[in-house]
Design a protein around this ligand. Structure first.
Ligand code: SF4
Length: 64
């Protein structure tokens, strides 16, 4: 599965890199930076938590 981060939609709430630090970091403005996009197992579980908790709907998971 692939994680997709829409950087145009991200407004920097920081939920993703707080809840899933293995997958996301932040830039100087607090916006999310995707560290890993190919996920399964525990990383996929973390990605799902990030998707659920992003207030802007900026994160998605697709087959791939
Ligand atoms: S939770 Fe969503 S809006 Fe907040 S930093 Fe992460 S991707 Fe951006």
């Amino acid at each position: 599965m692939k994680v997709i981060l829409n950087v145009d939609t991200c407004t920097g709430h920081g939920r993703c890199y707080t809840l899933a630090p293995a997958l996301f970091d932040c830039d100087e403005q607090g916006h999310s930076v995707l560290l890993v996009d190919d996920v399964d197992g525990d990383l996929l579980a973390q990605a799902r938590v990030a998707v659920t908790n992003c207030p802007e709907g900026a994160i998605s998971i697709v087959e791939g």
